[in-house]
Design a protein around this ligand. Structure first.
Ligand SMILES: *[C@@H]1O[C@H](CO)[C@@H](O)[C@H](O)[C@H]1NC(C)=O
Ligand SMILES: *[C@@H]1O[C@H](CO)[C@@H](O)[C@H](O)[C@H]1NC(C)=O
Ligand SMILES: *[C@@H]1O[C@H](CO)[C@@H](O)[C@H](O)[C@H]1NC(C)=O
Ligand SMILES: *[C@@H]1O[C@H](CO)[C@@H](O)[C@H](O)[C@H]1NC(C)=O
Ligand SMILES: *[C@@H]1O[C@H](CO)[C@@H](O)[C@H](O)[C@H]1NC(C)=O
Ligand SMILES: *[C@@H]1O[C@H](CO)[C@@H](O)[C@H](O)[C@H]1NC(C)=O
Ligand SMILES: *[C@@H]1O[C@H](CO)[C@@H](O)[C@H](O)[C@H]1NC(C)=O
Ligand SMILES: *[C@@H]1O[C@H](CO)[C@@H](O)[C@H](O)[C@H]1NC(C)=O
Length: 520
């Protein structure tokens, strides 16, 4: 040590500063600064102009169709595309048909500016709605009748009660169409099999395709693109459920993402939401419905609602723990939807819990259960008593993956915004997260290849690409204020001007790919 001359010390310091600044530079290396597009954006038009058959996948025909229909152009030359045959001006109702031809949905539902049309169809591919009119005509009519819809909407918190969580299978099945009812009754006699099939079935080795629906899997999507697609999916889900008064709320990884900055965690593979049994009976009516979402500025969202026919079996099931999915038919990415019910043989369930699940279960009744050093008899009796009371009041809820909740801790659902759209969060966010993840998780600053930047309130990485832009930044700063409302101040009613909805702020992968060159 004594040998160190001042000049050596200075050069060490300089080297340290240099390395430090270099690592700072590298920190931002993977940040993709994007420019979200709006329909009036001149840049978008330029991109559309630059599309050629070589770099345009016709499955992504949304932009052209949307632009065309919006302008209600009568002139074929108004469409600057080489691939005009995909969305021919004379065939303006071809919209959605490509998919409908390939996938025999029975119902189709169109969403546009809060206006919601639901058209049941009779049978087959591209069927006639009635003897005269087909889906084509419906879509056509949809665009010709633009109603102005009041933008004033107040989002209120939603009180839940234990009645909402009773499946009442035999009772509720009567509310379904005869056809749906028959399918379900047949299903009951059938042997259970894994209903949802993921891309991972394509090979026996872990291939990272566990989060793609097998039917719609095209190619493996890189993380930053996956988040952009999930952004679009969850926004459509928000619009769909709000228009149908389906009460749904964020849970698991999505709730964790919400807690940090109102966004999907950048390493997440899907979106997780839960439903009450009551809302599930509304959703089930839309089974096998293709939701076509015109709200999305630069894309035509096409989402399939698929309900697991084994939903009524509430016992533990690794194969069928997901009750429904809202699937993006373009990419195969989806929202996992699980029902919470109080109808189960809870005592039997409890006996089959493993150690981790047992701790999570007891934490419902004592959040500090894992810190209790000696379980004295009075302590155990008081916990047992709480459990008995909760079960007695039909307040103990669970999904088929053995996460337990009480009605009281979820209720009321608080309206908030996630990825820029209105979605509901359960009331006791911190308590729920602390229970499911470990205590440290809410104070995490590093996870996988990401580090949480406390100034930007953003997960950043110097290994994995992530997106950043001004709308995203504004959203985060807005969100920071809004999460305070929903967790600390417990505001239960928001009007639209308080819960500002943000335009889509993640750039569709194909648009970015056109800009920077294809790399898929
Ligand atoms: C309409 O779409 C069909 C099928 O893609 C195509 O063959 C036809 O040329 C298009 N245009 C007209 C005017 O039908
Ligand atoms: C057939 O469907 C169209 C479009 O939904 C509707 O306007 C028409 O009234 C229907 N006709 C009959 C006979 O139901
Ligand atoms: C996976 O393994 C099973 C049994 O080992 C085999 O029957 C099946 O064909 C394999 N599937 C694929 C896609 O390799
Ligand atoms: C189930 O039945 C009970 C009693 O009839 C009722 O109060 C409750 O609202 C029902 N729940 C659902 C989800 O249908
Ligand atoms: C939903 O529709 C799909 C496709 O027709 C069917 O396989 C499934 O059994 C249906 N689910 C329910 C709950 O009826
Ligand atoms: C809870 O319920 C079980 C089964 O019904 C019973 O054996 C037990 O004594 C109850 N415990 C308390 C503390 O009420
Ligand atoms: C459960 O409810 C019944 C009547 O509904 C009551 O007699 C019993 O004391 C309750 N048990 C507990 C543990 O609250
Ligand atoms: C909504 O909030 C805005 C801004 O806080 C306020 O000016 C407006 O009066 C509110 N509208 C309603 C219907 O409460």
């Amino acid at each position: 040590m004594r040998n160190l001359t001042p000049s050596i010390i200075i050069s060490i310091i300089l080297a340290w500063i240099f390395l430090k600044s270099r690592s700072k530079f590298e920190e931002t290396d993977k940040e993709l600064t994007t420019i979200p597009y709006s329909r009036s954006d001149i840049n978008l038009l330029k991109i559309i102009d630059s599309l050629s058959e070589d770099n345009y996948d016709p499955r992504r025909f949304g932009v052209s169709a949307l632009e065309y229909l919006k302008n209600e152009a009568q002139d074929a030359d108004a469409i600057p595309f080489d691939w005009r045959d995909v969305v021919d001006w004379q065939n303006k109702t071809q919209l959605g048909l490509l998919w409908l031809e390939n996938y025999p949905v029975k119902e189709i539902c169109l969403m546009k500016r809060n206006k919601f049309i639901f058209e049941p169809t009779k049978s087959g591919n591209l069927p006639l709605i009635n003897n005269t009119f087909s889906i084509k005509d419906t879509i056509h009519g949809f665009f010709l009748s633009v109603e102005s819809i009041s933008e004033i909407h107040t989002y209120k918190s939603i009180e839940l009660s234990s009645h909402d969580f009773k499946l009442n299978f035999t009772q509720n099945i009567e509310s379904l169409s005869e056809n749906q009812k028959q399918i379900l009754l047949c299903q009951i006699k059938a042997e259970e099999y894994r209903y949802f099939k993921e891309g991972s079935l394509l090979s026996n080795t872990s291939n990272g395709l566990a989060h793609y629906d097998l039917r719609f899997y095209n190619y493996r999507i890189k993380p930053v693109d996956r988040i952009a697609i999930l952004h679009r999916i969850v926004r459509a889900w928000s619009r769909f459920t709000i228009s149908q008064n389906i009460e749904t709320w964020l849970m698991h990884g999505s709730l964790m993402g919400y807690y940090f900055n109102g966004l999907i965690l950048p390493w997440d593979d899907d979106i997780d939401v839960q439903l009450s049994s009551k809302s599930f009976w509304k959703l089930i009516k839309y089974n096998n419905t293709l939701v076509i979402d015109y709200e999305d500025e630069v894309n035509l969202g096409k989402y399939l609602i698929d309900i697991n026919p084994f939903f009524y079996k509430r016992a533990r099931s690794a194969e069928n723990k997901i009750d429904a999915r809202f699937i993006d038919v373009e990419s195969g990415l989806y929202i996992d939807i699980t029902i919470l019910t109080s109808e189960m043989n809870q005592m039997m369930l409890l006996q089959s819990l493993d150690e981790k699940e047992t701790i999570e279960f007891f934490k419902v009744f004592d959040p500090y259960y894992d810190l209790v050093l000696t379980e004295t008899l009075p302590y155990q009796t008081s916990i047992d008593f709480k459990i008995n009371q909760t079960i007695n009041a039909s307040s103990l809820l669970s999904c088929k993956d053995f996460h337990f909740y009480t009605v009281e801790e979820l209720s009321p659902l608080i309206p908030t915004i996630f990825e820029g759209e209105v979605l509901y969060a359960p009331n006791n966010i911190e308590k729920l997260l602390l229970r499911e993840y470990n205590r440290k998780s809410l104070y995490l600053t590093k996870f996988r290849d990401f580090e949480f930047n406390k100034i930007k309130h953003l997960w950043r990485s110097n290994i994995v690409e992530y997106e950043f832009n001004t709308i995203l930044r504004d959203f985060i700063s807005f969100h920071y204020h809004s999460i305070k409302q929903s967790t600390n101040m417990k505001r239960h009613s928001f009007n639209i001007s308080e819960l500002i909805k943000f335009p889509a702020f993640r750039v569709e992968p194909w648009i970015r790919q056109v800009q920077v060159g294809f790399d898929i």
